[in-house]
Design a protein around this ligand. Sequence first.
Ligand code: NI
Length: 169
Amino acid sequence: MSVLKILTDPDPRLRKAAAPVTTFDEKLKSIISDMADTMYLAPGVGLAATQAGIDMQLLIYDPEPDPKVKNFKVLVNPEIISSNGEVLSENEGCLSVPDFRADVKRADTISVKGMDENGKSLEFEADDFVSVILQHEIDHLNGILFIDHISALKRHIYRRKLKKELKHK
Ligand code: NI
């Protein structure tokens, strides 16, 4: 078991678009296993490699996280190819934005394509909670945080809180 350090805002590495994965080897599997240990311990429902300072288009997710089962899914080089409808993701949070939650407008249904951990192509539709998780994690791989989607007022409140916290570190 190996737990990775999760970067938090305003770490500039969270703002970089991740590089595509081109090699599907044991090293990739070991990174995925470390990411899973990290996500279940946190605990969270998704984790993007970017959040662990790993420059790879790689994410894992599990809408019903049970650390004993670890039934997570892997998505490599993901891309949202279409999105439909709108939902309010209530009280969304992020392991890289500790102690702050906000409502975020998200697409209701998305079509995603990418690959699994062996480089096999995948294409599927996601809705409800899984759709929201995937939009959030794919954003991470593009250097976007959920706070980028909230109202200016909410963001102002967040920035002020962050500034105070950084001052006391
Ligand atoms: Ni996040």
